[in-house]
Design a protein around this ligand. Sequence first.
Ligand code: KIV
Length: 273
Amino acid sequence: MSSHTQAPVKRITAPEITARKGKEPLVVLTAYSAPMAEILDDHCDVLLVGDSVGMVVHGLPNTIGVTLDMMVLHGKAVMRGSKRAFVVVDMPFGSYEAGPEQAFQNAVTLLKETGAQAVKVESGPTVAATIAYLVCRGIAVMGHVGLRPQAVNVDGGFRAKGRNQSERDKVMQEALASDAAGAFAIVVEGVAADLAGEITDMVKVPTIGIGASNACDGQVLVVDDMLGLFDWSPKFVRRYADLRGEIATAAAQYAKDVRARSFPAPEETYFAK
Ligand code: KIV
């Protein structure tokens, strides 16, 4: 028998992501667990361990309560489940806004503990300096402009951005500043198609849209939304499955079988020899 060692699967890198600007659209989904990461790995360029995990998995009303420990836990799981995709972990609210040094310490924790390749920050007006500080110290950073879920308490809810000129200017400024600061890609969330197109034209790095039209260089969705796990989803979500319905049907059938004692059947039972 001949033996040969298989070359390990190489993960996609940040420069490869950046090089996709204006080319084949980048495919991005969120992932929070090892089994889901394993399923998605073959199909996605980037797996985002989003702080949406707080709402999607932990039942929080928004992302404010998400902690660094939660991101470490889910980041580790996604790294264990995936081999090929580039993995980005969100920096949660309160872990980077105090300034570049706080951001650096917490980003180092995220990267060392999880093994992920990059962090994402919501790129408010003061965050560009932090992105530059991290990037020049060897940390790949993804920006996030437009609707910034961590600003929910200032904005009074999850509101699409760029509906008037001053808002459009702000979002554009945030995108340009993140680009100039060295972000390798920028999530653009909840903005009108024309603004998404203008941002995409103006920045050097790929834009990854969510609720931001097909003008962007790639798309991201929260995986549980696109799998139809919730009874409601925003207008911009396309549901590719109805897992909520399928799970409910399966649970109802299981309950029926247990109550009828038809589960477990003999072939699902151990017997003494
Ligand atoms: O937390 C998240 O899932 C995100 C995406 C929606 C972009 O930031």
